[in-house]
Design a binder for this molecule. Sequence first.
Ligand SMILES: [Zn+2]
Length: 318
Amino acid sequence: MPNALHTLSIKGFIARFDTDEACREYLVKVLWKGRPRCHQCGFTDKIYKYASRPVYKCGNCGTQFRVTTGTIFESSKIPLTDWFLAIKLIACSKKGMSSHQLAKEIGITQKSAWYMEQNIRLMLGNKEYNHMLSGKIEVDEVYMVRDTSIPTKQGHGTNKQKVFGMRQRNSDKNEAGELRIQVVPKVTQKVLHPIIIDNVKLQAWLMSDEWGGYNNLTKKYKRGVVNHGKRQYVDGDFHTNSIEGAWAHLRKLIAGIYHRPSKEHLQRYLNEFEFRYNNRKKALELIFKSAMKQSDVRTRHKDIKLDSWKNSQKPKSK
Ligand SMILES: [Zn+2]
C-alpha cells in the first residue's frame, strides 16, 4: 500500500481514495479481511462477484450483497470518497469538526455533512469492550447543561443530562489510560454500580470524589477518595485529575465545536470524543483503520431526525 495512508496527509489521502472503487477495495480488506463474506449466512466459500457492478452473490443462500451492506454507507447517495474523507477529518483529527466546516471542506451541503457526522459518531461508538479496566480507575460524573452545552459539576440532584466516566491510569507511570464515558439516566448507586461492575475488574482501586454513592462498593473494590469539599484535590495517589482533564477537553469540544447537542444525540458526541481520546497515541493510519472496522452498523433515517438538524441551526443564545 502506498504510504499515503501512512502519513495520512490530505493530499495523499485523496490520491489514495480517489474513486469509490478504491474505497470499496479498502473496505473489503478491513471488513472482510480480503475474503468476501455473505451478509446473510456468513458463508465465505462460494461467493461470486458480478463483473458489471460491485455486487456479490452467495453460492449458499443466493443473497446478493455489497461490501457496504449493513454499514453506515448502505443506501447513502453520498459517494464513498466523500464518506472516507469525512471520516478521516473527524476520526483522525485532534479536535473534530463542526458540520458547517465539514460541508465546506468536502464541498457538500451542511445538511449532508450533518447527516454524515451523526452516522460517523454512531460508527465510532460501535464497539465492544473486550477487557475489564484494572489497576487504578478514576470514576466521576459531569452534568451537561442542555442549553449552552457546558458541562458543569453542580451536585447530584441537578436536572441536567448526566454523563458518567471511568478512566484507567496506566499502571507504570500513573498516566492517563483508557477512558469510557456514557450518558446515564440518573446519578444513583442503582445506575452506576452495575456499570462499574461490568467494566472494572474486582479489587481494582476506584478513585472518586467524596460522593457517598461509591462507598457501598468497598467490598468489591479498594477505594481512594478525594474530598473536594475540603479543597483536597491531590492526596498522593488519590486524585481524579485524569478524568477531570478529560472532562475539560470534552467541555471545550462541546462549547467550541458542537454547540448545544440535543439530548438524543449526546451519546454520539461522547462516542466521538471517547474514540479520539483512546486512540490519540496511535499512528494515523491505524486510527483510520480502527474507525473503518467499526463501520458495520446501520442507522435508520428516523434515528437521525432532521428536525434536530434544524434545531442545531438556531443561533446560540448567550
Ligand atoms: Zn449466504
